[in-house]
Design a protein around this ligand. Structure first.
Ligand code: IVH
Length: 668
């Protein structure tokens, strides 16, 4: 390709990728499959790798920056980031209305009401349409430059969707973690032996403070925008118009906005918003009422902290009472015993609550929580149910004081309390509770991705088939599995097939699946880059480990501890004997140059391999894989149900091959 063609294709790919990104992350209406998106992305990456001079900061490949940084630099907000006056009382809203009307000297105006998002305030500065700076609020005047972290948020456009961008546009909004993603994030953290986040806002705030953008990129952050800071033009007459303009520029904005003629209407709309509060993917803690006509903002002015043209109305956290029927004890993967209150189920804030963690014995004692107590519960940060207090007046004298068991409720081994820790732990690595969580983690999609092995089946395999570690899984016979309760022959076969397919997974997936404390997916990938195989990793010295970028002393110690532990070397010996891949698969350089200069397009379902695998083989021979067929395409590798790409290849006279021909070409 000539440089002009490359430049053109790069631009085409960027705008296509931006469009698909917008459709996927903002409109939630994708037009292409993830796979096709990945192929476009891979093509762009490849073109940019060949032409680094053509890489621009707004390229979709530049979302995840390079190395971690030492700290954030401070920036000064040209327009301060103010906060809002807030109230819990409708009467105070009426007072706000009276004050505003007085200041407006009887001129007509309307109010805009929108959700108050419980996230982390940020400001993004676009210069000539390109994201130039992302910052935190800080003290309102000075904040941190968190540009590299903001860029990892997929719904944030790196380039505004307009051909005539303003010189400067600062947009302000909230970064948040969607409720469902938050739940999964916490589950994953617990599996990895990390402390779960208290609520989505803490998780979002903590994520934005991370110094390694690659870790930030793994956090499911999202952002919504509702205000502007510095602008080179003042194109918005009303807040409503501001919102729709931001939306037109490709930014995510509030999903509902009410324009009201009076405070009476605002109060009605607030009731409607309250009913909707659990329908959004972010947490809301109230509504924000703004004078809609922006021309009056100057005249209304502001106090030291907040503008006089807006006020936040906050909902009281929803609380309810229920009875603790029992206190049970759960055993985590790290062996921590956690007391859990089992409630008489009650509806609260959009779901039915039947249990809540009581954290540890100290917490129970501090709040004097007893079995049989009537307690007040709320959702911390709107998600995680928690016991706020005991309704002591409701006691009948039959409530029972809870005593933390001295033994693990699952295996009966003595539980111990380590110095300085609040939790009692079961130190027995053979405890079925720990084994179950380990196997679930090993089989999970993020680790060995064993199809056909769900949580219920894991429990059955541990309880009835004597599975004690991952290697035992690979010893399972189809007939053993088929003999389990409610197990269909087909599901048993699925499991055996799933296990077989997992044997060839990437080495880092195995490292991650071993469940070494503090070793997440990202560290596992780093370890794969540093060690060729499991033996090299197992025998690595502490210095070698800490010498790796991103592996700190705690992680290094945890790795060494795991490999020294009883049974580790035997487990690895067995996994190897069972044919599980324990080496780095990808080689840095292609192993051959059979396809040098050739471009492939893959389409349809191949009989014996996935398109990813075929792509790997093509790249290993120096070839390229792209997503769309053109005259320059060398081969179209087509499987069954190949659609328009096959037709296009035939029309353009591009050579079409099937899997057998392809395998013959590479001599397999
Ligand atoms: S407008 C000049 N609109 O709540 C103030 N703020 O408690 C501009 N917030 O500082 C803010 N949702 O971080 C506005 N729809 C919304 C909001 C919102 C959440 C945050 C914002 C603000 C804080 C005040």
């Amino acid at each position: 390709m000539s440089t002009t063609d490359t430049r053109k294709r790069i631009e085409e790919l960027r705008s296509e990728l931006n469009r698909h990104n917008f459709l996927y992350y903002i409109k939630a209406a994708p037009e292409i499959s993830d796979r096709d998106y990945d192929a476009l992305y891979a093509e762009l990456e490849e073109l940019e790798a060949g032409h680094p001079e053509l890489i621009t900061p707004d390229s979709p490949t530049q979302r995840v920056g390079g190395a971690p940084i030492d700290g954030f630099s401070q920036i000064t907000h040209t327009v301060p980031m103010m906060s809002l006056a807030n109230t819990y009382s409708p009467d105070e809203l009426l007072e706000f209305d009276t004050r505003t009307r007085k200041l407006m000297e009887d001129r007509a105006f309307t109010y805009a009401l929108e959700p108050k998002i419980d996230g982390v305030a940020v400001s993004l500065r676009y210069e000539n349409g390109i994201l130039a700076l992302g910052s935190t609020r800080g003290d309102g005047r000075k904040g941190d430059d968190i540009t590299s972290n903001i860029k990892t948020i997929k719904s944030v456009p790196l380039k505004l969707a307009t051909s005539q961008p303003p010189d400067i546009l600062e947009v302000r909004g909230e970064v948040y973690i969607p409720s469902e993603a938050f739940r999964l994030l916490n589950e994953q953290r617990e599996l990895e032996g990390q402390e779960p986040f208290a609520n989505p806002r803490n998780a979002a705030a903590g994520s934005l403070k991370l110094l390694d953008p690659r870790t930030v990129a793994e956090r499911p952050l999202d952002a919504v925008f509702y205000a502007v800071g510095e602008t080179s033009e003042e194109p918005f007459a009303t807040h409503e118009e501001l919102t729709s303009c931001l939306s037109g520029l490709g930014l995510k904005t509030v999903p509902r906005l009410w324009v009201c003629d009076s405070m009476g209407e605002v109060l009605e709309a607030l009731n409607e918003l309250k009913d909707l509060r659990h329908a959004f993917d972010f947490e809301i803690d109230g509504g924000v009422i703004k004078v809609n006509e922006r021309e009056f903002y100057g005249q209304l002015g502001s106090t030291a902290k907040s503008p006089r043209w807006a006020i936040a109305y906050k909902y009281e956290p929803e609380r309810t009472e229920t009875v603790i029927k029992a206190i049970t004890v759960q055993v985590g993967r790290t062996g921590a015993l956690t007391p859990v209150a089992e409630f008489e189920p009650v509806p609260l804030a959009g779901s039915t609550i039947s249990r809540a963690t009581l954290h540890n014995a100290d917490e129970i004692e501090r709040k004097d929580i007893r079995i049989g107590d009537t307690v007040v519960i709320e959702k911390a940060g709107e998600v995680i149910p928690a016991v706020v207090s005991v309704n002591v007046a409701a006691r009948k004298g039959i409530e029972k004081v809870f005593v933390m068991p001295q033994a693990c409720p699952i295996c009966g081994e003595r539980a111990t309390r380590r110095e300085g820790e609040a939790a009692y732990r079961c130190e027995n690595l053979q405890c079925p509770a720990q084994i179950k969580r380990w196997i679930r983690h090993f089989a999970s999609r993020g680790a060995m991705d064993i199809e056909g092995l769900g949580n219920v089946l894991v429990d059955q395999l541990v309880d009835s088939c004597g599975v004690k570690d991952p290697a035992d899984l690979y010893d399972l016979k189809q007939e053993d599995v088929a003999a389990l309760d409610r197990m269909a022959v087909k599901s048993a076969k699925n499991l055996i097939d799933g296990l077989e397919a997992s044997k060839g997974r990437d080495f880092w997936r195995l490292i991650f699946g071993l469940g070494i404390r503090h070793v997440g997916a990202r560290s596992a990938q780093t370890l794969e880059d540093a060690f060729e195989d499991i033996d090299a990793l197992a025998s690595a010295s502490n210095d070698q480990l800490t010498g790796i970028q991103d592996i700190g002393p705690i992680v290094a110690e945890s790795i060494a501890h795991w490999f020294r532990g009883p049974g580790s070397s035997e487990l690895i010996r067995r996994l190897k004997a069972q044919g599980i891949n324990t080496r780095r698969l990808k080689s840095a350089a292609p192993s051959g140059d059979l396809f040098a200069g050739k471009t492939f397009v893959l389409t349809g379902t191949l009989p014996s391999m996935t398109r990813d695998e075929a792509g790997g083989k093509i790249r290993a021979q120096g070839g390229k894989v792209t997503s769309s067929v053109s005259k320059k395409t060398s081969f179209v590798l087509a499987g069954s149900e190949a659609g328009s790409k096959l037709a296009k290849a035939e029309k353009l006279g591009v050579r079409v091959i099937d899997e057998a021909q392809f395998l013959a070409m590479i001599g397999e």
